[in-house]
Design a protein. Structure first.
Length: 314
């Protein structure tokens, strides 16, 4: 029987989707890619396939899950299976350099960025960037990996010589201009089926690790706005620049990305920069409950509709 296949490496992030699939009484199967076999002598099963592989899989002990998934996706695509967030989406998930190149090609502005391998070259890249403050981050990242803020080249030099330096899993460190939000927040626009679902405002006053998934939250931290008022870290907002959303949708279509969260920030001059495309996007349950909008439910409906179309062909 045809079904929905979920390709992933993190049960905690996947269970919210499977619960929605069960609510809608949709047949599904999960394929955990921690390890396994891709048998090129076999024909893939019938159904629709949704890739949720994450760039940060190595932080959960699943170092080679993306590589195995890349082979799996190539196999599925060889047989023209319906694959959402296929090979090209995975390629962008694993490289911010490729993300930025693709965003710029679609007319979406990104922060000035220089990529480097090796500590000496990281220093030279920061000098070449010529902007302070600046940040470093990992090319293959997620979860805010390697994000550090520096106000001088000397500070970067000390970091590189110290014990706190994090070697990226692919060896590539990015040096990037620091875009400061006057109100200390970024916005994350969520898309399902390449179409805008909602935007969430994320408070950044406590750091750069901004994963919205419930499994990532270690407490119910709230960020103070004033003495009498508290603002949640994640909050779904009503207004988003529709011209920007249209650019994002065009970018997703051009790059065969079906499901994604795109993070962007606006500086004091009103200039907006996109800096992350997450093709393994998660949603914050508290923010969704308050707004009455549910990303995983929309995703489950989208996959169910795709399965129905696939089944009607046979």
């Amino acid at each position: 029987m045809s079904r929905i296949y979920i390709i992933h490496e993190n049960d905690d992030w996947t269970q919210h989707l499977t619960k929605r699939l069960e609510e809608l009484e949709l047949p599904y199967e999960t394929w955990h890619m921690r390890n396994g076999v891709v048998d090129l002598t076999e024909v893939p099963p019938d159904g629709v396939f949704y890739n949720r592989m994450s760039a940060s899989s190595h932080t959960r002990g699943n170092r080679y899950a993306p590589e195995l998934t890349a082979g799996l996706l190539a196999w599925l695509e060889q047989y023209d299976r319906t694959v959402f967030n296929g090979s090209h989406a995975l390629e962008l998930e694993l490289s911010k350099v490729k993300q930025y190149a693709a965003l710029e090609k679609s007319g979406v502005r990104t922060p000035m960025t220089v990529a480097a391998v090796g500590k000496e070259n990281i220093l030279e890249a920061a000098k070449k960037l010529g902007k302070v403050p600046f940040i470093t981050k990992h090319n293959r990242a997620g979860k805010g990996l390697g994000v550090q803020l520096f106000y001088s080249i000397e500070g970067l030099h000390s970091y590189l010589d110290g014990d706190d330096f994090e070697e990226p899993v692919d060896g590539i460190t990015l040096i990037q201009e620091y875009i400061e939000s006057p109100e200390s927040f970024i916005t994350r626009a969520e898309f399902v089926g390449g179409k805008f679902v909602y935007a969430v405002r994320v408070d950044t006053s406590e750091g750069f690790e901004l994963c919205p998934a419930d499994a990532c939250r270690i407490d119910d931290a709230f960020c103070p706005v004033g003495e009498q008022e508290e603002r949640p870290m994640f909050e779904i907002v009503e207004y988003v620049d529709q011209a920007l959303i249209q650019k994002f949708e065009s970018f997703l279509q051009a790059n065969k990305i079906d499901v994604a969260g795109i993070e962007f920030i606006t500086n004091a001059k009103g200039e907006t920069f996109a800096y992350d495309v997450n093709t393994n996007t998660n949603y914050n349950s508290e923010a969704e409950a308050k707004a009455g909008k549910y990303g995983m439910l929309e995703l489950a409906k989208f996959l169910g509709n795709a399965l129905e179309k696939e089944t009607s062909k046979s």
